[in-house]
Design a protein around this ligand. Structure first.
Ligand code: SF4
Length: 372
């Protein structure tokens, strides 16, 4: 194919080193990618662009050849999110969009549990993840076996799981939830007590918004648990007038100190509609970069934490995933059936017209850990 050097220099990935591709920046590449640079020029320098542009063009060409789509999570770096991503959003939205697409191949630019969710919702498609090591501290905090033991120890109490879990865990639970609908899901179960796994901070934030008694697990997101209420106050002192937007995977006192808390989709939506001049998205670093492209009127102050798992996904390993059909994610058929049932139970609930948010004025309620 004109302008794309498919075979050399050879990728890093087969050798396990980190040498980037050096594909040629031809006139064809320039013509095909100039419009994309407009979307990432706030984070990619003109010196860096030619090398990235050649890789981006090669990826976008391969996608067409293989009838592939790239699912780009909100926490992907802007060069991935805005130049090669076909479907963008949070993990469940991505999986649902992928299932509805007519692509044969799904490349998950995100972490492993997201690729599993995509496989569960689209089992007939080939699902690839560019780096098998892209995990998640929440998903790895609990296994299907843990859930089986919890159900034995707490018979009759419904078990809901946050979507940030393996397919095995989803398959063992009664219903899934996202940070957009966690309160709705918990209240839909018709029980005065619900076990909400595995994020202890999401559980505490949900408990503050409902009269249902919540039991939980000691899992946490290593990115969002690091923020503190003192960080919020320091930001307000340093940037008068700033609005602080956070995520319910953060501790309750951070949510209480913020102006708004909700899912990644709700955060972006609220930022767009807030009329704010200055804002902080207290979350994973790339989220602000990606929202800033669509909301240029807001100055985003960026105290953020990187997710080391999300950052394992690069343009280079996305290219390799497409070139070499690596690394395929498969899920046992029985697990797919159970996980789909858990996701479907959530999807069967009435869809909120706007993503739910967490009231910062809500007061703390006791939340116990399950003991198994
Ligand atoms: S940001 Fe947190 S929840 Fe998301 S993948 Fe990283 S560790 Fe997991």
């Amino acid at each position: 194919m004109d302008g794309v050097n498919w075979d050399k220099p050879v990728s890093k990935d087969q050798q396990g080193t980190n040498t980037p591709y050096l594909l040629p920046y031809t006139d064809e590449v320039k013509a095909a990618t100039d419009h994309l640079y407009e979307r990432v020029k706030h984070v990619v320098t003109p010196m860096e662009w030619p090398q990235k542009a050649a890789l981006i063009h090669a990826i976008n060409t391969l996608k067409k050849e293989k009838n592939a789509v790239i699912l780009a999570h909100n926490y992907m770096t802007a060069d991935i999110f805005h130049t090669v991503g076909d479907l963008m959003g949070d993990s469940l939205a991505l999986a649902r969009m992928a299932a509805e697409s007519d692509a044969d191949v799904i490349v998950q630019a995100g972490v492993h549990f997201m690729a599993e969710t995509a496989k569960c919702l689209a089992p007939e498609k080939t699902v690839l993840i560019p780096d098998m090591e892209a995990g998640c501290s929440l998903a790895s905090s609990i296994t299907g076996e843990d859930v089986r033991r919890i159900k034995q120890a707490y018979p009759g109490i419904p078990v809901a799981t946050y979507v940030n879990t393996s397919a095995d865990v989803k398959a063992e639970c009664d219903i899934c939830c996202t940070s957009s609908n966690a309160v709705q899901v918990v209240e839909s179960l018709g029980s005065d007590t619900v076990i909400l796994l595995p994020d202890q901070y999401l559980a505490k934030n949900v408990a503050a918004q409902t009269d249902v008694k919540i039991l939980t697990w000691a899992g946490s997101c290593e990115v969002h648990e690091q923020f503190t209420a003192e960080d919020v106050q320091d930001l307000r002192d340093a940037h008068p007038g700033v609005v602080i937007i956070t995520h319910p995977e953060s501790p309750l006192d951070v949510v209480q100190a913020a102006d708004f808390a909700g899912s990644t989709a709700a955060m972006a939506d609220w930022a767009r509609k807030s009329g704010a001049k200055k804002a902080v998205l207290l979350t994973e670093c790339s989220m602000s970069d990606n929202v800033a492209v669509d909301v240029p009127e807001i100055q985003f102050i960026r105290p953020c934490n990187l997710c080391p798992h999300m950052k394992k996904i690069t343009l280079e390993n996305i290219y390799d995933a497409l070139r070499f059909n690596q690394h395929e994610v498969d899920v046992d058929a029985a697990v797919i059936e159970g996980a789909r049932a858990s996701v479907q139970a959530m999807l069967d609930l009435p869809k909120p017209t706007v993503p739910a948010s967490f009231d910062p004025a809500a007061q703390e309620k006791p939340v116990d850990l399950v003991h198994v």
